[in-house]
Write a protein that binds this ligand. Sequence first.
Ligand SMILES: NC(=O)c1ccc[n+]([C@@H]2O[C@H](COP(=O)([O-])OP(=O)(O)OC[C@H]3O[C@@H](n4cnc5c(N)ncnc54)[C@H](OP(=O)(O)O)[C@@H]3O)[C@@H](O)[C@H]2O)c1
Length: 254
Amino acid sequence: MDITNRTVFIAGATSGIGLELARRFAAAGSTVIVGGRRTGLLDQVRAEGLAAVPIDVTDQGSVDRARDTILDSHPGLDTVVTMSGVMIPEDLRDGAHFSTAEQTIDTNLLGTIRVIDAFTPHLIARGSGTIITVSSGIGFLPFPVMPTYAASKAGVHAYSEALRAQLDGTGVEVSELVPPAVALTPEHRQHNPRALDLAEFATEVMDLLRANPTPHEILVKGVLMHRWAERDGTYDELVAQRSQALAMLPSRHG
Ligand SMILES: NC(=O)c1ccc[n+]([C@@H]2O[C@H](COP(=O)([O-])OP(=O)(O)OC[C@H]3O[C@@H](n4cnc5c(N)ncnc54)[C@H](OP(=O)(O)O)[C@@H]3O)[C@@H](O)[C@H]2O)c1
């Protein structure tokens, strides 16, 4: 895609990967609208010169209001990124995990679907556009500490594939961003020394997005081992390795 002249809405760009990609799209020449719940951060983003709208992707009314506001102010919107997500550990031996499971599916999977549903009629009507969904390496290679997170992201992958097939011929393309672990803060890096640097990750993502046609999957080098573990025969060994982190769950302590 041509990243220099797009009008891009990123739901879930008040922080982290979304905010970094918002800045990269803007720096490349595109118009960017940032979405999220934290109004203080939306104000900071506005102060940087980006547009911002409040949105809670778990609330259908909020999604519809955000859609109406954005299409009113930016009728040329041609790119929608469904970045909103939560990533919460769950101890499946503790029944209280179910509320985390609900929140995770409501945000990561149903939230993605709500945002796509809200904007797809507009994109189909204009006959061109790009939907960028956001899954995770964990959707392809589970991290057992976060079971519902893994399930939600595997769901986003499957949904993206079906959406692409359903939109074939409309001019609307679907691309799935599959991030590996990305360190948002120095503390994240300490916690997971293999996590990618956010700036380096974003540079690689923008380079991949520039390809024409836009790739079906945006796979930085650091995610290939997750994405292709099953094909490469490394899946069982890697899941066993990643299961060692289960020791951090409260029910495993004496
Ligand atoms: N960092 C990683 O290692 C990694 C790896 C793979 C995939 N990902 C995915 O990348 C995406 C961004 O995550 P991040 O790592 O950059 O974390 P982050 O800084 O916590 O960003 C999450 C974003 O989602 C938004 N969000 C959460 N719940 C929302 C809701 N109900 N409605 C609207 N927006 C909501 C947050 O905004 P508000 O709180 O302001 O609403 C925030 O802007 C997520 O989908 C995550 O699963 C991250």
